[in-house]
Ligand binder design. Sequence first.
Ligand SMILES: [Zn+2]
Ligand SMILES: [Zn+2]
Length: 259
Amino acid sequence: MPNWCFNTLTIQGPKQEIDYIKDRLNKPFSVLHDSWNMDTREMEVKETHYSAPVFAFWNIHSPLEEGITMEEYVQQPSRLGIDPQDPEWFAKEVAHAKTQKDWYNWNTSNWGTKWDVAVRDDDKYPDTRLEEYKSEGEDNWLVYVYQTAWSPAVSVLVTLSNLIPNCLLTLNFEEETGWGGEYEILRGNVTELMDWENRCRDCDELNTMEYCENDCGEICSSCNYMGEADLEIAKECQTHKIYLDSEHVPDYRMEQVNG
Ligand SMILES: [Zn+2]
Ligand SMILES: [Zn+2]
């Protein structure tokens, strides 16, 4: 499994563009997928339907627009076989990917991630949702949440931004291990507003999570919450033993402090 990246995308702008993009992102489509059949134990090509995809990279930019056929797109990627010792290895791989028509290379080159976030028809608990839609006078916005594999898919948002040139896109993302950031995109131009190595889940402070040198665990230097700390070790720690109280330790762990 990849590390997931949690994205919140806000699109704000004139009503006409907001309504247009909301409809476009949710437009029905179908894609062929090469998938494993448990019964026959063979790969087989199946059609996946998206009748209300909510937010689909496919609806922002699809291979069909470039004249690639579904048969070419469903293929598994071919390996170029560049020697990993070659100092130009990465650049050559990227250049190769851009010339390819298979789903993996096409998606990573054009979307910046390998999988779409569109909601499939058989998906009962989708991670992709339209969280907010407001269309009232001057106030027009959309808020989407979705998860991408490994990193925020910025390339596809640049394309999205160019479809609605008078809208401001704000992407807030956080990867599973804690790093994250905030980008603003206007007319295809990306501005990084902030980024962080880690964020405290208790007080939301950025870059305050530090591993205690006495091994208490990773503790926020701003709120000093001891929820996940090793309490036995903390009793001996000069830095953290002062936080072994009901304010910093959750109730269910206080027993361990008093015991
Ligand atoms: Zn400590
Ligand atoms: Zn904190």
